[in-house]
Design a protein around this ligand. Structure first.
Ligand code: AMP
Length: 290
């Protein structure tokens, strides 16, 4: 496995392989790799001839009050995981290389980035859209893989690629979870033992919501109430949002029909956790709630 740190060498490597007709797969990450990242890397390995993983903690998607400085950076562990999974290139640019002096062009985000994570973290998606566009320009992948864990991000990336004709195929892979249902996240290591014990309540609430919908309930207010009550079993979890939305526009639904995404964000101590579940019941149309 080769480690590349400059945009120029990365682009030169990709251009050479593209000329030879090699298909390039790409998994963008912020490092602190876990089994969620590993599943994306494995899926990409199966689908492409050459595989690039980027490790870059992108400063522009963090606000000044967020956890940029404390974000975990276990680079030796990350490189070992990439080696184990047969990654060809670990692309590790510096912030200076990505945003050199004089940098000023950014990508404006669509309306679907305004709600939920976008509302909680106002600069986040502009930072994500800009860095993804830059990484695609440098790595020039045929296929890029993202995790459903960051559902709104996947919707944004699909929109971005279509709107700006970026010419990269996007694949979204399911969320990888701990045994108790907690979605794997690089931030989970910041949870204390007590916080870790209650953290699965978020995924339990989403599961409860999905079960109600699958059982025939379509009253969004009633479903959201049950989800909220599930989380409020622990007094030390603060709910930022819980919502039942259209899976494409991410607008809140007033009645659930055949497709929905359940979105949630909570704060436990200083750690912010997000999660989501999709509901897909082809054939079901609007039904009364009883
Ligand atoms: P991050 O390093 O957090 O920016 O994540 C890099 C990629 O890994 C993103 O596409 C995430 O959605 C994905 N990812 C993070 N956690 C998980 C997980 N638990 N399961 C599947 N994919 C994940």
């Amino acid at each position: 496995m080769k480690i590349i740190r400059t945009a120029r060498s990365m682009a030169a490597w990709s251009e050479r392989l593209r000329r030879e007709g090699v298909t390039i797969g790409f998994v963008p990450t912020m490092g602190a790799l876990h089994d969620g990242h590993r599943s994306l890397i494995r899926a990409a390995r199966l689908r492409c001839d050459a595989l690039v993983v980027s490790i870059f903690v992108n400063p522009t998607q963090f606000s000044p009050t967020e956890d940029l400085t404390t974000y975990p950076r276990p680079i030796a562990h990350d490189r070992a995981l990439c080696r184990e999974e047969g990654v060809d290139i670990c692309f590790e640019p510096t912030a200076r290389a990505m945003y050199p002096e004089g940098f000023q062009t950014t990508v404006t985000v669509p309306s679907l980035a305004l709600r939920w994570e976008g509302a909680a973290r106002p600069h986040h998606f502009a930072g994500v859209a800009t860095v993804v566009t830059k990484l695609f320009g440098i790595v020039q992948p045929h296929l890029a893989l993202f995790g459903q864990k960051d559902y709104q991000q996947t919707a944004l990336v699909r929109r971005l690629v279509d709107d700006l004709n970026l010419g990269v195929a996007i694949q979204v892979r399911p969320t990888v979870r701990e045994r108790d249902g907690l979605a794997m996240s690089s931030r989970n290591i910041h949870l204390s033992a007590d916080e870790r014990r209650i953290a699965p309540l978020l995924s339990q609430a989403l599961r409860a919501g999905r079960q109600m919908i699958e059982g025939g309930m379509s009253d969004v207010v009633a479903i959201e109430r049950i989800m909220r009550q599930t989380i409020e079993l622990a007094q030390t979890i603060h709910i930022e949002y819980l919502a039942i939305c259209d899976p494409d526009s991410l607008e809140p639904l007033s009645v659930v029909t055949d497709r929905a995404v359940l979105l949630g964000a909570v704060r436990i101590g200083s750690v912010r956790l997000i999660d989501n579940l999709l509901v897909n019941m082809p054939g079901r149309k609007s039904r009364a709630t009883h």
